[in-house]
Ligand binder design. Sequence first.
Ligand SMILES: [Mn+2]
Length: 316
Amino acid sequence: MRWDDFRSLVDANHRFLISSHMSLDGDSVGSQVAMRWYLTSLGKDVTIYNKDPVPAKFAFLTVHDTILNDKPDSAFDVLIVLDCSNCSRLGWKVEAIAPVMVNIDHHRDNTGFGAVNIVDSNAAATGAILYRFFCDCSIDFPPYVAEALYTAIMTDTGGFRFSNTTGAILRYCSELVEHGADCSSIYEKVYASHAPKALLLQARIWSTLRFHLDGKVCCMDMPLAVLDELEAHYSDSEGMADNTIIAEGVEVGMLIKYDEKESHFSLRSKGKVDVGKIAQKIPGGGGHFSAAGCTISRPYGEAFSFMIDILRRELG
Ligand SMILES: [Mn+2]
């Protein structure tokens, strides 16, 4: 932990840029909101820039227009990258935007790309790392930051269902609730506010459900062409990968999003198979033990056979 280095860096500088990975999730948005509050509370000049827009269901966390999707022209003193295992996951080129980079993350394949690296692969969420930092330094924060951190932890634990849901994590969340996070309203905004078009897309994805390798592998598909047809967004499929491991007897699930050229695999494990290691076999792939992703630059049929062969070996 290099929090002392981080705090010296914050003290010595003024203009901060915060960013996170492509396809923003609850942890990346929540962590950025919390970090923005922290730096602003110290009188710093803070900009958040992400390649991708904030998904509608997380928009309640942000102050309107504070998260940019156009790369700022201005120069910064420090770039803080949150919840991102390597720079290519940002989806934009960091060169020359700031002389110093800080890397705060919990992905175990984090490459340690920052001048200051605060990486804890045992943490359930980047939001949990930030919450611990606030607690350790007795930093009191407003309810909207509690809400952001609670959302970060809730989403990265799959709504407190994944094996990273420890007693400590539940304790953090109970404290965040005491700080003003409202469980039921956050649940409703994140998990029960689907756009009708999103549900139609999900119904289409469900219709592709099938099992392989004696029922140990469950698959669903999303051909990208269906997005135009249904006027749905890529992000409307978020969460569907988790449904690939809810069947009895399934060990590994995968949601495959594909076009003519490439196939993206969202992999999920029930706990026996390390899908993060499987994803790492593919260049650019990676993730956690029970949730990971990779893109194979081949058409669907070839990419699928390649992945099934890997799983056949893994599952014996
Ligand atoms: Mn995360």
